[in-house]
Design a protein around this ligand. Sequence first.
Ligand code: MG
Ligand code: MG
Length: 633
Amino acid sequence: MHRSIATVSLSGTLRQKLEAVAAAGFDGIELFEADFINFKGTAAELRRITGDLGLSIDLYQPFRDFEGMPEPQFRRSLDRAERKFDLMEAMGAPLVLCCSNTSPLAVNDPALAAAQLHELAERAARRNLRVGFEALAWGRHTSLYGQAWNIVKQAGHAHLGLILDSFHTLSLKDDPAGIAGIPGDKIFFLQMADAPLLAMDVLQWARHHRSFPGQGDFDVVGFFEQVLRAGYTGPLSLEIFNDIFRETPNRRTAVDAMRSLLYLESEARERMATAKPSHPVQPLQPLRVELFNPPPAPALSGLSFIEFAADEASAATLATLVEQLGFRRIGKHRSKAVTLYRQGDINLIVNAQPDSFARQRFEAHGTSVCALGVRCDDPLAAVGRATAMRSQRHDSPVGPNELRVPAIVAPGGNLIHFVPEALGANGLYEADFVLDDHGAEAGDAGLQRIDHVALGLALDQLDTWVLFTRAVLGLEPGESLELADPFGLIRSRGVANAERSLRLVLNVSLSQRTRTARTLSVTGGGAVHHIALSCTDIFDTAARLRANGTRFVPISDNYYDDLATRIDLAPELLARMREAGVLFDRSPAGDYLHIYTESFEGGLFFEVAQRVGNYDAYGALNAPARMASQAQD
Ligand code: MG
Ligand code: MG
């Protein structure tokens, strides 16, 4: 499809926006009028700049408060339109977006609206331009696409068509199924936007909180599917009003934007290919456009390793820390200053190799996680998927007889390695490490798997990560929660695979003063903020860890008094939790018992977790207890 984006969706000057959009591989733009008004150049100059960048100007917008007006206003609007048409001719924009009238002067008379739009289309036709009519969700008399379509149909002019915008339909919970019945060539333009589900005024929602497809909660794929079923072949465009995008570096936004369209196309393609026969679909003409068809999302089955960037000194400190956590050193890398620690199925790698990727990360961010290893059925296909979805692959130097583990760069710069599942638990490590495990399991604390990894993200990275984990890794986001830190709010969202063997938690600080935010100021964001390891008997594991010298965040007695009033617990269990400092959460599906270690170098910490039954969350309700305790250190 011809992929386009509205200039309002990005930060920067118009010139910077165009360069970012072109670099991300878009075919065209929707020119937002304000961007042109503030541009220091003529329409002809803009035409030359966009042409040089290989971009078309697909749409000029918006043209407001036109249809259904009393005669004097209508006449003035026609004059106004002629001036816009002059500009459009000069810049080479073939289509203007006329959005439904919001003026209190507008008359509720579809026949009048149709007649006036017919006149506008007639004026446009004289210059071989076209007019698209869009129903705004807050339009005074026209707020639904069905109403707009009736007016367009009634006007009956070849140069007048419909513009669809997923936000207006989905925010009003209008049914998009009717779109499939509209002739595809009467749909002149398609704007796609997602959004989080918010209980707020639709105008505020639309102007500040839209997001790219795949970042929000709307069924944008279902909407797009109806437009394709109509036989639409025009541009696929993004029109995103978002307060955060207005501040985010536009190159990054443009990559997210392109990734969201590729994701949308591939999801729609898959959904239409697998539509069940019982599904009440219109007899479908063969698709008239080619949709993006990337390699399928990889089947991931958990985290195989976590790699830390360190120097010689911090590698020694980390060694003490992980040994206190019950890990044993089982090998040295064949060619690099890299050490492997293991407990249960958990592999921790400490990388102190000079002149390495890890050392660059260490120099930039201090001792921190620099890579995750994800178990995967087909690592090459996983990298193929990732690069198709506009992630970068990463190739590191490989020594003789070492395995090349395909890797990609995650947002923020850390690596994600795809570890072939076929190698079994030790295959990778046997190839790359000289194993010198003496079998000493004396310190083992019963930690078995990596339950989840929590990332601290800057506010403008959350949407990026939600889309990255969805489109590149095939994970699905859970609900978004707001947690109270003593110094501000934290927004937290889990993403996981269907089997729940791979879980990431995305945490964003809405305040500059929380510990999460302070971690970010050190790391620059996208940093691992804590690592949760699972066990089957948290009391036994916590006791062994304490005996090893691990220190846990103390929990207030008041927490347990309150817990007893909230949840019906056996007194013995409550007493054990109080004594051990174990936190508790219960859902209808199961229980979650967990405890947090003190932070390492003021930042990263570990969580020990025990899931009981099918508990599917992360004990978020207890995060404030942890954050308050850390603040009182
Ligand atoms: Mg729109
Ligand atoms: Mg956690």
